[in-house]
Design a binder for this molecule. Structure first.
Ligand code: SF4
Ligand code: ZN
Length: 327
């Protein structure tokens, strides 16, 4: 069977883009991939000339490809890029991810720093879960809730410590569209409005987050890793059972078999909402849709939406659990 040729040249096509049926050879796939990421960076002004970019890298496909992409795109600007890995302390999983994260940083030629829950918060995620399991009558939150609370805080502290002015994460178009739909299904569209892709400095201690893969699909990221020989951790986290997101993902995958560009339509809708929200001037409405200005946590002094940050609240719970366990 003859392999169809690329829509841009005579080379054999390596992939047909589902949403516009465009056929791309390896070279033109890479060009199109980098072009869309650059377009995303420009659209939301994710980076500025003097930025130092911290890239959160877990060792999974999204972050490994993100680091490669950012380093390639920023080469001409000589931007300082630093890779940060958070070691949550998930036995049998994180060790493997760390290996891939280290490899990716070496290949990209960037400094790589590792910050651990154990060092910063006094216990690994595994220890925290065991402790809370034993002291909450099985009423603790899901593992990802604690993991997310601590990771967000530590990533911000780590990015600030290494002097980063932006913190880039590997959330892709699928993740972003799923989040919009999840918020809608939960009756919480305001939550979507609070995650404007344009980075705003909300607090001097807060390093603004950016998502350069907002318009890049998961399938493209897997292909990019494959075409460019970028090894990544394929083993899923043993705690990864976010049931609700799984259901939404299945519904969307099903729907997109017939309408492959639906993912982009969802993101376009979200962007229109941001535009409208940003144009609101009436203080009463604005207060509802604009994220609360972070205050400083009364315990640790880090930026927080609440009087005491969530991480400190959980740490207090852990201290209580430890005391009970030791008695
Ligand atoms: Fe943490 Fe959940 Fe991700 Fe595992 S799946 S690393 S527990 S957030
Ligand atoms: Zn705190």
């Amino acid at each position: 069977m003859k392999i169809p040729s690329c829509s841009e040249c005579d080379r054999p096509a390596a992939w047909t883009r589902p949403w516009d049926r465009k056929r791309l050879c390896l070279l033109h796939f890479n060009t199109a991939f980098l072009k869309r990421v650059q377009k995303t960076i420009n659209k939301y002004r994710l980076f500025e000339r003097n930025d130092t970019i911290a890239v959160g890298i877990s060792g999974g496909k999204d972050s490994v490809v993100l680091l490669d992409t950012i380093v390639r795109l920023q080469k001409k600007h000589q931007t300082n890029v630093i890779a940060i890995t958070i070691d949550e302390g998930i036995s049998g999983y994180r060790e493997d991810g760390l290996k891939y994260a280290k490899m990716a940083a070496e290949r990209a030629g960037v400094e790589h720093v590792v910050y651990s829950f154990e060092e910063r918060f006094g216990s690994t995620l595994d220890e925290t879960l065991t402790l809370l399991d034993a002291n909450t009558n099985g009423k603790r939150l899901g593992a990802c809730s604690y993991c997310g609370i601590f990771r967000r805080k530590l990533l911000n502290e780590a990015a600030r410590t290494v002097g980063a002015t932006k913190l880039a994460t590997g959330h892709n178009a699928d993740d972003e569209a799923q989040t919009v739909v999840m918020n809608l299904f939960r009756g919480d569209i305001l939550k979507t409005l609070r995650s404007d892709p344009v980075p705003n400095i909300k607090h001097p201690l807060f390093v603004p987050r950016v998502k350069p893969f907002r318009w890049t699909t998961e399938q493209e990221i897997v292909l990019y890793a494959h075409f460019n020989n970028l090894p990544y951790q394929e083993m899923p986290c043993p705690n990864a059972v976010e049931a609700h997101r799984g259901i939404i993902r299945d519904i969307m995958t099903n729907y997109m078999e017939h309408t492959p560009d639906a993912l982009f339509s969802i993101l376009t809708s979200a962007d229109k909402l941001f535009e409208m929200a940003n144009a609101v001037t009436q203080p009463k409405i604005k207060d509802k849709i604009v994220p609360l200005k972070p205050q400083e946590c009364i315990k640790c002094g880090e930026p927080s939406a609440t009087r005491m940050c969530k991480a400190c609240q959980v740490q207090d719970m852990i201290e209580v659990a430890k005391k009970i366990t030791n008695h």
